[in-house]
Write a protein that binds this ligand. Sequence first.
Ligand code: UT7
Length: 325
Amino acid sequence: MTERIARIAGIGAYLPDRILTNTELSKMVDTSDDWIRERTGIHQRHIAADTQLTSDLATQAAQRALDDAGISASDVDMVIVATTTPDNTFPSTATKVQAALGARTGASFDVQAVCSGFIYSLSIADNFIARGQAQTVLVIGAETMSRILDWTDRTTCVLFGDGAGAMVLTGEDPTDDPKQARVLASYLRSDGRFKELLYVDGGPSSTQTVGHLRMAGNQVFRHAVNNIAESMTTICKQVDIQIEDVDWFVPHQANQRILEGVARKLSIPTGKVISTVADHGNTSAASVPMAFERAAIDGRIKRGDLVLMEALGGGFTWGATLVRY
Ligand code: UT7
């Protein structure tokens, strides 16, 4: 059987209304607007309302992606939600989104790869489509990171925010057109030896509590720059292109200095790197699709462009996806 190809048919994003500024945070913990801007590039983050769950954010982003693709929920035969902040331990957030959208066929499940979750999920969707096991897949990254932060810990609480981003992937037969829109390659990695550097100190099996996010930030920083650069060069080699051939880079939005460090290491002009971290901080699995959506809406990323997405997260997990948009 000829492998089907997966193309991005639509994109959507959702940020909750409530904005928490650096100045507000400086009244809660011993920090300052200057420190946060200088060390992270973050100006503000969005925080979900008490009544909003991860599935609510995900549903909003997913509906916008469906509208963008001109597809109705009844056409969706798979919902994948990348999240580290599910509504409940079970059922999966994806099944709640499926119900909220009114999708009644196919399968839905969550993917836990923390900040790399969207990259992992794109690869999973691509594989289901390639085998002909799914035709229209909603891939969503959605997080309410505010619910797992220790709001007394200045080393973590200033970094994260809430939000959701989504893409609709649809299956097509391959053509002879070398510029046919498609997912071109995926590269996924993990190394569980580094779990103590970025983790949550709770969980159903260990403490029977949700727990709080803990991070040795400066050590994670070093791994992030090296591993992300490695995944970018590896994925380009896989499809035999040079890093210069890539039109746009859409990185996980954790820290402006990581984005710039990777760009410097690989001699990438910073103008090719999409950065939205100033507006919403680190939204974990949601950050890549949210940044992609922003750049597609403002006209920077155009149909036919070669776009490289990448991320690193707790675990460690990391990876990259290369698409012709
Ligand atoms: O999404 C998953 C991947 N996550 C990441 O990629 C995050 C990676 N790490 C980072 O982004 C950065 O390491 C941070 C932004 C977390 C920290 O920046 P840094 O330049 O690595 O700072 P540091 O951890 O080395 O801390 C420097 C100083 C310390 O004080 P002393 O020991 O030098 O007196 C910290 O206690 O900054 C202090 N500090 C703060 N000061 C004011 C830490 N957090 C804050 C704060 N406000 N919020």
